[in-house]
Each structure stands twice: as C-alpha cells, then as structure tokens.
Design a protein around this ligand. Structure first.
Ligand code: ARG
Length: 701
C-alpha cells in the first residue's frame, strides 16, 4: 500500500469575501457567514481526516483567500513551484506559503516576476502521474507552463479556459483514480477539448452538465475511490457510482461565495514521482517584429487580440513609440502557443497583417514537392491578397500573380528563382510548393490615422448610413472614376439582376457609354433581365419590390432567352438590330468585354453564359487583369469570386442594400475597400449625376 495521501489545509479564521476577483464574488462582499464557513470547513476537514493525513498552515489577517490552499503552489515529489498570483489582492499570501514549504524542507521554485501561475488551482496531475494538466486563460500565463515542466521534470499539457466562472482549472476539471476524468467541456476552447479527448479515452471521460458544474462538482477531492465535493446531482452520483466511486457530499456554500469549494480548500503535498516521466511541453514561442502606425491604426490591438483569440499568449518585449504624428512605432513581441499547430495558425494570420520575424531569426521558406496534380502538400501556405515575398536561399523573392486562397509555387526561370500563386487545381505534380510559415512576409501599405479618418465608409458597413454620407462617398467615387478614365485606367463592374430591378440599368448603360467601364462580370440573370427590359420596354417579370420575377413574366424572360439563342449570341442580337438599348447593348457597341458565369439556377441559358465554371473563373480572372477599381453592385457570389482573384491595391466599391453583404465583402482588412449600404439603383443614379456635375461647366443645382 502506497504512502497515505497528505493534504494541506488552512482554517478559515480570517476568511471573508473582501474583494471581487472572480464572478462568484460579485455581490457577495461580506456576505458569507464566518460561523457557517467554519462549520462547513470543519466538516470537510473531518471527512478528509478519515481519508488522508491533513496538515495545516496558519491563516493570516488581510489575506482572506488563504483558505484556498490549492493556490499555494504545485507540489511534485520534494519540489514545489510557488504561486505567483495574478491579482494583487492575493499576492500577500505568497510569503506565508513560501515560509511553510521551506520549513517543511521542500525545494522551492519561484517563477520569474510578472509570470502569473496559481499553483494546483491551475495545474492538476493525472492521477497515474503520467503528466500534468495545466490551465491558462484567466489566472495562469501560458508561458509559465514550460517553466513548470522544467522545474518539476514532467510533461505539461496546456488547456485554455474560456468561461470566466471557471477561471481556475480545478473549478471545471478533475483527474480521478484509474485514469477517469471528471470535467465540464464547455469551460474549454475546442483545441483544448481536442487535447483532452486525445489523452483520455471516451469511456474514462465523465463530462458533466452546467447545473453540476456551477455547484462546483468538478472541484472534488479524490482519494482513491472516494470523491468529496460540495454537491452532485443524482445523475452524476449514479454515473460516478457506476465506475466505482463513492461520493461524499459536504456543503461548502460559504466558500462558493468566493468562487471555491472542496478541492480549492486543499493541496496535495505528497505527489509521487514516476521514474520514467520527464519534462516536455508542446508550448512554442517565437518573437515577431512589427513596424508601422501600431497604435493609431490599431495594428497592435489587432495583433494581440488575434493571438489571444487563437489560444495563444504574448509578452511585449520592446515598444518604441513613434512620438510625432507621422512617425511609426516598432515593437518586438514574444508569442506563445500551446502547440505547433496553433502557432502555425497564429503565424499565418500574423503574416497577413504584415508581421515579420526579427532579421536575425529569419529562415528560408520551406517547400515540398507536389506529389499529385491538383493537390498541394498538407501543410501548404495559403495565400492572401497582399503583396507577398518568400525567402529562398537567403533572398526575398516577390510572389507573382498574387491572389487569395492559392499556394505559392517556386520555380526556376531564366532570371533565377521565381515564385507565383497557383490555385489548387492548377498545381502540377513536381511543383515545389511553399509549406509552413517560415520565410514568408507580406507588405502592407502603412495605414495611418489620416487614411482611417478619411475612410468615410466603415460607418456604412456598420449599417448606419445617412443619405448625406452616401452622397459624400459617391462624390469621391465619381472623382476617382473620372481620374481613372482620363488616365486610361481600367474599371470593372460585377453586377447582379437587382441593378435592373431597381431601375439602375439606364445609369449603368450611360456609364458604359461614357467610357467609365472597361469590363462587365455577372451571371446569366443580369444579362437576361437587362435584355428583357430593353426588348419589352419594361422591367417585365420583375416584382419591383421583391426583385423577383412574377408568374406571368416568366414567359417573357424565356422568350428573351429564346430570341438571343435564335440569333446565336448577344453580339449577334445587337448587330442584327434586335437589342437596341441597355447594358449589354452598350457593352457590345463600345467594345466593353463581358463574362457571364453560369449557375445551377440559370434558365436557358443565354448562349453567352459560360456554364463550365472553371472556364468562367478563367474568363473572370483574365478580364480582371490590370484593373484599378471594381464596382460590386448587388451580387454577393460574383463579388466574392471576384474578390478572391484580386490582389490588394485594387480599389473595391461594394454596394448592397444588405449590410451583412457589404460587411462581408468590404472587410478585406485593406484600406482600399469601401462598403456602401444603399439601394443600388439609387447609388447608380447619384453616381451618374455626380459625374455629370464633374463634366458640365455649368453649376447644376
Ligand atoms: N477567491 C479566490 C480567487 O478568486 C478563490 C480561489 C479558489 N481556488 C481554486 N483553486 N479554484 O482566487
């Protein structure tokens, strides 16, 4: 029989709820009864005395939470890692616990200052002693885990807590004898649940529901096959009983008011060490560098939020704040992630923001050979819209044909190494594809506060557009359209049939006629409805309110398709004098190329509609080459398709009555995209009007 279990407790002589450092304490200041607390604690102490050997540490005035000895530190064998409390309110406990451990002859380890770790509240040994589960997210810092692994020579598995009611690991997680685990899965992020499920087989996992969790059922003291807790539902008692545990309930309601229960009130101080268990941790860290208007443009916030949202952690090593308005700031930040996979995910998102590795740490990009045509190696780097460079043989090489959601292929051209974006289906066997996140950087225009302030548009993406503000944006767009036309640039429109239903056809037609548009992209519908309107003289078949075809009108719609099919193409129908006005007419007359991409719902289709989607994507991509500005008019799918093919630097204007569509499309994280929530017909009429004003030498009122 192994040595009896040895537990440290602290009598509640000075216990009270004096402050609020967790949600349980809210509204409970001085609301717990000392008498009842003493009674409840004594009962627990009594129960445990029957099961284990209990030692006491003297409580102290002014540190009321010292009763929660779980937070004294973490013991393994003769070693103890002392807690470094996150909240100043509890830091006063540290010297008392330290003294106690020293007097008992433990090897005492102290973590670096400013590295919070709250002892056995956040670190629980697997009951077979194989590894240590360590929590982070509220009180303990992820970066403390590698230290603990080293001090205690044990494997540490990091679990991220995401529900502030379960701010310590021991409030929602309790390893039990025989490899069982009592836990509340909702308190953890999905990555952590994954880690748990990988280590603990399904038949050993006792997942509890919220009702038990909030009674602190996971905050259990486990001694062999007995579990001692505040309270458990009948169902939970039954489940625990079924796998051989007897449950002792002992009410600890006075301590719940401070956010603790049975397990929090105890610390195991004789944890046996297994001979073949050694330090290891999947936690990874690396340093990144950022330069730019880190504060003004909100980059610092974005970076740090992104790291934390993905389950990582950070430490700002240096921050050189640019003092003048125009000067940039620079920062070095150490990023930690619970494992390699999470680190790669965080890094690929950071690369997109323009973050780089410090120059002394840059490595070359890694590549793997594509083994199957059309299939990338598993770990391939997925491209974004920003100008990208990859490091090959210590040289940065610019990636050609930048687009989103592609892979980067390294090649050998006549002028040396090349890199280019390829979409998956274009990959060929033998292509060298960049994998991982090393040696990749993207360039971002330095967004500064002026650009942000000028960005009159985000308010509209947020759905609060006022008419005057739409007019302001239209003025700016008109100005740019004019500039682009006059310098021989290129504007492409992608439009949905709503343009016709909302009366925008005549305005779009005039834009084409006046040379503002150099390409048109859309589906079968926009062309059909446009031609329908021009052939029939009305917007037949279209319910003006809903923008959907009405029953009788459906025939007109098919007749139009039939007519164009008879003439062979839209071009032919125009040449033969059948179509005499409208958007498609103007395109043909002014040699503005168009591409119509088919879909499953298309009637007909028109002979011009490309029903082979891969070919349609190619036609789109070709037509988009060299574009300066894209007007996206009320068509979500075509606009998303277009957005994916387009590198940063191309101005995009997205107009839709639905704010969700506008937000989705204009949120490319680039300063070039503008979202306007308004009726597209109204937008086009304002735009044409504004352009007329720019053209006419007379003041129009
Ligand atoms: N009021 C204490 C705190 O917020 C409660 C600690 C509970 N201890 C525990 N191991 N969960 O820190």
């Amino acid at each position: 029989m192994a040595e009896p279990i040895h537990i440290l407790m602290c009598a509640p002589d000075h216990y009270d709820v004096d402050y609020v450092i967790n949600p349980w304490m809210e509204g409970n200041i001085h609301k717990s009864s000392r008498d009842r607390a003493v009674k409840q604690w004594s009962k627990l102490n009594h129960v445990l005395n029957d099961l284990a050997k209990v030692d006491l540490v003297q409580g102290q005035l002014g540190v009321p939470d010292m009763v929660f000895t779980a937070n004294a530190g973490l013991v393994l064998g003769d070693n103890v890692v002392l807690s470094r409390f996150f909240h100043p309110e509890r830091q006063g406990e540290e010297p008392y616990f330290k003294k106690w451990f020293e007097e008992k002859g433990f090897n005492v380890f102290e973590l670096p200052k400013d590295l919070p770790f709250e002892g056995a509240g956040d670190a629980l040994l697997d009951r077979e002693g194989r590894w240590l589960w360590a929590g982070y997210g509220f009180r303990s810092e992820l970066d403390s885990h590698p230290y603990i692994a080293k001090c205690l020579d044990i494997e540490v598995l990091s679990l991220r807590l995401i529900d502030d009611r379960f701010y310590h690991l021991d409030t929602c997680f309790c390893p039990l004898t025989d490899g069982y685990l009592l836990y509340y899965p909702e308190a953890f992020d999905s990555y952590s649940n994954h880690v748990i499920e990988k280590r603990v087989p399904a038949e050993k996992r006792i997942a509890i529901a919220e009702a038990d969790a909030i009674n602190f059922a996971c905050n259990t003291v486990n001694v062999q096959h007995t579990v001692v807790m505040n309270k458990a539902s009948d169902n939970l008692k039954q489940r625990l009983g079924d796998v051989g545990f007897s449950v002792i309930e002992t009410p600890l309601t006075e301590f719940l008011k401070a956010g603790g229960a049975a397990k929090c009130l105890t610390l195991r101080i004789n944890e046996p060490v297994l001979p073949d268990v050694h330090a290891s941790t999947p936690v990874e860290s690396r340093v990144i560098q950022m330069v730019g208007h880190l504060l003004d443009a909100g980059i610092m916030n974005r970076v740090l939020d992104l790291v934390v949202d993905n389950g990582g952690s950070f430490k700002v090593l240096n921050f050189n704040l640019g003092i003048e308005r125009q000067s940039t700031s620079a920062a070095d930040v150490r990023i930690s992630a619970p494992d390699h996979e999470v680190m790669e995910e965080i890094m690929s998102q950071l690369i997109e923001i323009g973050v780089v590795a410090p120059s002394d740490e840059v490595s070359n990009a890694r590549s793997e050979t594509c083994e199957q045509t059309g299939v990338a190696p598993d770990d391939f780097y997925v491209t974004n819209i920003y100008p990208t460079e990859v490091r090959i043989q210590d040289q940065w090489i610019r990636v050609q044909k930048q687009r989103m959601d592609g892979a980067i292929v390294i090649g050998d051209g006549p002028e040396g190494t090349t890199a280019q974006c390829k979409i998956l289906r274009d990959l060929e066997q033998g292509d060298r594809v960049v994998v991982g996140v090393e040696g990749i950087r993207t360039m971002r225009k330095t967004a500064n506060r002026e650009l942000k302030a000028n960005d009159e548009f985000s308010f509209m993406a947020a759905g609060v557009s006022s008419e005057r503000r739409v007019e302001l944006v239209v003025e700016q767009i008109a100005w740019e359209l004019r500039q682009i036309r006059d310098r021989g640039g290129k504007v492409v429109v992608t439009a949905g049939p709503v343009v016709i239903h909302t009366g925008g056809a005549k305005h779009l037609s005039s834009l084409i006629r006046d040379g503002y548009i150099q390409g048109l992209l859309g589906g079968n519908a926009i062309a059909v409805h446009d031609i329908e309107q021009s052939l029939m003289g009305t917007s037949l078949g279209v319910d003006m309110q809903k923008g959907t075809p009405v029953r009788g009108g459906h025939r007109h719609h098919l007749k139009v398709i039939n007519t164009v099919r008879r003439y062979g193409s839209i071009h032919q129908s125009v040449e033969q004098g059948v179509i005499t006005q409208g958007i498609m007419y103007e395109c043909v007359k002014h040699n503005v190329p168009f591409a119509l991409a088919g879909s499953i719902r298309d009637d007909g289709p028109l002979p011009d509609t490309q029903m082979d989607l891969i070919k349609a994507q190619e036609e789109y991509a070709q037509l988009l080459e060299g574009t300066d500005m894209i007007l996206m008019l009320s068509t979500m799918l075509h606009s998303i398709g277009v957005g994916n093919m387009t590198p940063a630097g191309v101005k995009m204007v997205c107009v839709d009555i639905n704010p969700a569509v506008v937000t989705k499309l204009s949120d490319r994280g680039s300063v070039e995209s503008i979202g306007i929530v308004t009726d597209v017909g109204l937008f086009l009429s304002l735009l044409v009007n504004q352009l007329d004003k720019l053209t006419s030498p007379y003041q129009t009122i």
